[in-house]
Design a protein around this ligand. Structure first.
Ligand SMILES: [Zn+2]
Length: 487
């Protein structure tokens, strides 16, 4: 995510890998003498694996695919729909399990059979199938729901789902799924998506992946999108309203841009001009970080003011940025590698997403005749005097309300610039490439990056990382800290 300047607050994302084998003990039911299958059936945990946002995600299963079919009225923000998800139970049979859903549930089935359900809290949907789901087995859940998503506020500091009369943007980080579909909302549980959004005929709905079909039936038109690569739930999204859509092909892949027609004609052209840079930026990134992870590309510019842009997989979301766009497109496209295909395992590591996206912005500038990474690093370092509160945040564990604070971006990016200074440009390039290659289509942690760097470049780096990421003071201007005498 990148915040509009002047930066106030932002979003980007990550997660916890559900260990299928580690979900057992929660709410175990059944007497010792009961039939074996029933005795071992448990209630899947309502909590996910992240200490920062424990209500996001659930225990006992993993989702492999979501089919979402929502009807959205952009004039009023009324939403009704159905999510059908395919999942696989963990090592325990499930007598009941949870999904994350802020909307009002109307009906639930499990493998086609009606199931009982309840809303123990605003965030949770508890589902009890007629018979327990067997351990390790695939199962299908269908949930019907309705509501007015923009009225559903988050219990955390991070609200997603934005609506203004005539236009809706379902975008957010670290949470957004439960506002428009029934989700296992953890970045660790990646799944493929088949997303149909029905809007009044004459309006448009845009999401990630490829546009499969647009079907008019009377007053409503169904826009169907498919994301064929597994992505984290917060990276799925839609916008709905009046959008101009332009399609092209670049480097053999379909590219689709959409810009809100609530913007002026001049602004619409400015937005398309900015989006048009996408293929060139992706080409440059592929030469550095390896293959672009998705089969489609593009971008969406909404007139809804969110205060941030977001790296939605394959087609980032941009709130109208006016003249302050800067390198926001570079930033969000960098996240396709750093944040999307290599997703966070835990939200405390947002520096891994935002530090890299910031560093890549600096690399882009350096590679295009603008300021060098070293100059940017030095000037940022100098701009934050030792007494600045900028240095007070522990970037490696900022706390749930600070995961998108300026130091997570800037100090994270500075650390990577300093690392390049310390180990040299070519080893840095190889290290970054090795990081992406190792964690592509998966997740990573800050600790894993530190360990990989130390394994390649020497254990002495552990002090370097500690100084930059853990210590709440300004690193000294030394060669060991990558601030002088670059290799
Ligand atoms: Zn970002």
């Amino acid at each position: 995510m990148s915040h509009h300047r002047p930066a106030v607050a932002l979003l980007c994302a990550a997660s916890l890998a559900l260990s299928l084998g580690a979900l057992g003990p929660l709410g175990a039911r059944g007497g010792a003498a009961a039939v074996a299958a029933e005795a071992t059936a448990v209630v899947g945990s309502p909590d996910g694996p992240d200490a920062y946002f424990p209500r996001d995600g659930n225990g006992g299963y993993q989702v492999t695919h979501y089919t979402i079919d929502d009807r959205v009225q952009p004039s009023t923000d009324a939403l009704s729909g159905r999510t059908t998800l395919r999942a696989v139970a963990g090592s325990s049979a499930l007598s009941a399990f949870h999904l994350d859903l802020r909307l009002t549930p109307d009906a639930v089935t499990v493998d086609g059979e009606p199931a009982t359900f309840s809303k123990p809290s605003g965030h949770e949907l508890e589902v009890t199938p007629r018979t327990p789901v067997a351990a390790g087995s695939p199962f299908t859940v269908a949930v019907r729901y309705h509501g007015t998503p923009s009225r559903l506020r988050s219990a955390t500091a991070w609200d997603g789902y934005f609506h203004q009369p005539g236009e809706t943007a379902a975008v957010g980080e670290p949470q957004i799924g439960p506002w428009w579909f029934a989700a296992n909302e953890t970045p660790r549980d990646k799944a493929t998506f088949d997303i149909t959004i029905r809007v009044p005929t004459g309006q448009q709905a845009v999401s990630g992946g490829r546009l499969v079909s647009r079907t008019v039936s009377g007053d409503w038109t169904a826009w169907r999108w498919k994301v064929d690569e597994a992505i984290s739930t917060y990276l799925a999204y839609f916008v709905a309203g009046r959008f101009e859509i332009r399609r092209t092909t670049a480097d053999g892949r379909p590219v689709l841009y959409a810009v809100s027609r609530q913007l002026s004609a001049k602004e619409v052209e400015q937005a398309f001009a900015l989006l048009d840079d996408t293929p060139r930026i992706l080409r440059w990134m592929e030469s550095r970080f390896g293959a672009y992870p998705y089969a489609t590309a593009g971008g969406v510019v909404s007139s809804v003011y969110t205060g941030f842009a977001l790296e939605n997989a394959s087609r980032p979301f941009y709130s109208w940025f006016g003249s302050s766009a800067g390198t926001v497109v570079v930033h969000e496209l960098a996240h396709q590698w750093f944040g999307d295909t290599v997703a966070l395992q835990r939200w405390r590591d947002t520096w891994l997403n935002e530090g890299f996206a910031t560093y890549v912005e600096w690399l882009w500038q350096e590679g295009h005749g603008r300021r060098s990474v070293q100059d940017t690093l030095t000037s940022r370092y100098d701009s934050y005097v030792p007494s600045s509160t900028f240095w007070d945040l522990q970037v490696s564990n900022p706390g749930p309300t600070e995961i998108f604070s300026t130091p997570v971006y800037d100090r994270g990016g500075m650390m990577l610039g300093a690392l390049r200074c310390r180990i040299g440009k070519a080893p840095m390039r190889d290290l970054v490439r090795a990081w992406v290659d190792r964690h592509r289509d998966g997740t990573g942690t800050g600790r894993q990056f530190r360990d990989l760097a130390a394994a390649r470049e020497g254990a002495g780096l552990s002090t370097f990382f500690h100084t930059w990421l853990d210590v709440r003071e300004r690193p000294a201007r030394t060669r060991a800290n990558g601030l002088t005498g670059c290799s």
